[in-house]
Design a protein around this ligand. Sequence first.
Ligand SMILES: [Zn+2]
Length: 229
Amino acid sequence: MVIVAHPDDAEFTVAGTVAAWAKAGCRVTYVVCTDGNAGSHEPGMTRQKLAEIRRAEQRAACDILGVSEVVFLGYDDGQLQPTLELRRDLVRLIRRYKPEVVITGDPTRVFWDDKYINHPDHRAAAQAAVDAVAPASELPLLWPEVGAPHRVRQVYIHGNDQPNLGVEVTETIEQKIAALKQHASQMGAWDPTEMIKAWSAETGREKGLAYAESYRVITLGPSDEADSQ
Ligand SMILES: [Zn+2]
């Protein structure tokens, strides 16, 4: 299960991994918290129209990657907060889809390389995601009305500055780029190919791979261990 704030977030970051896992037979579900309905400078655009466009773009991207399902939670773009309501929505989906792995961003990451401030929606979605995974999803007495407890085995955090895993995406990088290009409302005339290849090559170099995506992987212990703590 991939949990992100906006349509296109996963394509910019983790889609090479998603395509590789889907190709290997994994069932991948996307959870997109907002409709990205503030992401336009086009005159005459409305939030409703933009939401429809961006949902369709996200579905087209998912078709290219082999993603089985996309769930849109419909929160407003630019105003996402890691509320209990959002956490509970994510717990409901984790309990329904029972993922082994949740992929999300790094809720603590604010700056990159002195030239990028992370979108607060990205941090909010990531915070709600990790809080939904542990311990909320596995607690039988918390929100029993949204499903039976489920324990996620691993969380893959992208955008962390101390990654402990590089996933090779050499065979899926073209799929990633093709999926990203489906977000035409965000790309304009810009071709993201060069930037995605440069990022992935840089990440790969550190790991001895042609193209890679990197993660801080958190492996959660068996539940009896957690219960005794
Ligand atoms: Zn975003």
